[in-house]
Design a binder for this molecule. Structure first.
Ligand SMILES: Cc1cc2nc3c(=O)[nH]c(=O)nc-3n(C[C@H](O)[C@H](O)[C@H](O)COP(=O)(O)OP(=O)(O)OC[C@H]3O[C@@H](n4cnc5c(N)ncnc54)[C@H](O)[C@@H]3O)c2cc1C
Length: 335
């Protein structure tokens, strides 16, 4: 199947990385189509949206420079996403950090946003097809054929698409394409707030004092007050999760811990119905570094496959820098 006017680029995976990259390529004048499998457990559905290099202790790591360049890019990108879609991405500058001995610091250079809004806004501006991609093959000469099979849900498109380039951004499912990416479960809570004000006005982003173990944080978003988050290796490869609903069940220990975080960071959180549990699979790599560049298989790299995955717990933060890197790689490749 060829999408009307063969696209310059097909982006496989329309999550935080794929959708923001596709939106950025589209703004640069490229014809882009996104294929997304609508996976339960996609990380963007559960992500908090903190843009906090200091909170995530990135100083002195290779991720600090791209994190800072992304932080600088987010305000303009957030405005462009909202203008293109009318969707609220709730970009808010400033994060408060509680000190161990009491008191708090404000870090005006850090920020937060609403990841589902970002994905929805970016997709709004693009052709998005629901399809589960299974294989990529080089075309004779140049270009890539993208193969999609029937997925687990209904409505998946089956067929092939051709494009000059493919960006592989399948998150925790990227291992199926020969990449060293595994899944890490993250669990969080979302509290409904029975208040006239929007929760993102009500409850600015707040980090707990540094403690060993998971980061404790809380932030108001358009959909409620978010409390997060845990991290543990997934018991199965990401591909088996949609087939096994047991894998999508919340962990009761994590639920208890998250209730404790809410009591510590927002003792005045209005009592409402029990919080909703959010579960997502972070795409992680053995060395903790994202993989952004030509596909490691030289046949696929020569055909035009670029990889953008493995962002672990930093995909919202690093999406703009990743999108820019993908754009440079594409424009640098001879047509
Ligand atoms: C609990 C939790 C809290 C987090 N908080 C933050 C935070 O505060 N700040 C931050 O920067 N990051 C945070 N993250 C991390 C962030 O969510 C991820 O780094 C980011 O979502 C990765 O983006 P991605 O596009 O690679 O993967 P995803 O967002 O998972 O998207 C992958 C997409 O690919 C699609 N897909 C998969 N396989 C296929 C296929 N075969 N064919 C077609 N489509 C496919 C899926 O349907 C999905 O839409 C958090 C994550 C979790 C789980």
């Amino acid at each position: 199947m060829t999408v009307a006017g063969t696209p310059d680029v097909i982006v496989v995976g329309g999550g935080l990385i794929g959708a923001v990259t596709a939106f950025t390529l589209g703004r640069a004048g490229l014809r882009v189509t996104v294929l997304d499998a609508d996976r339960p457990g996609a990380a963007w559905r559960a992500a908090a949206g903190l843009l906090t290099p200091d909170g995530e202790r990135l100083r002195g790591t290779p991720l600090h420079a791209p994190a800072l360049s992304s932080l600088r890019a987010w305000p303009e990108l957030a405005r462009a996403l909202e203008a293109a879609s009318g969707v609220n991405v709730a970009y808010r500058p400033g994060v408060t950090r509680l000190r161990a001995g009491g008191g708090e610091d404000r870090t005006p250079g850090e920020a937060s946003l609403y990841p589902p809004g970002v994905v929805q806004a970016a997709r709004h501006a693009l052709p998005v097809v629901r399809a589960r991609v299974t294989r990529l093959t080089p075309l004779p000469g140049a270009g890539v054929r993208v193969h999609a099979d029937a997925g687990d849900g209904t409505g998946d498109r089956v067929g092939t698409w051709d494009a000059r380039h493919v960006i592989l951004a399948a998150g925790a499912w990227s291992g199926a394409f020969g990449l060293p990416v595994q899944a890490q479960w993250g669990q969080a809570h979302l509290h409904a707030v029975p208040d006239q004000r929007s929760p993102d006005q009500h409850c600015p982003a707040r980090y707990g004092p540094p403690t060993p173990g998971f980061s404790r944080y809380l932030l108001g978003r358009p959909d409620g007050v978010y409390v997060g988050a845990t991290a543990r290796p997934a018991r199965h490869p990401a591909d088996s999760h949609p087939a096994d609903p047991a894998c999508l069940r919340p962990d009761r220990h994590a639920d208890r811990w998250l209730r404790g975080v809410a009591r510590q960071l927002a003792p005045d959180l209005p009592a409402g119905p029990g919080p909703r549990t959010l579960l997502g699979l972070r795409p992680v790599t053995p060395d903790g570094q994202p993989i952004v560049g030509p596909h490691p298989d030289p046949r696929l790299a020569r055909a035009g496959v670029i990889v953008a995955t493995g962002h672990g717990r930093h995909g919202a933060l690093l999406a703009p820098a990743t999108a820019q890197a993908a754009l440079h790689l594409l424009l640098g490749v001879p047509a």
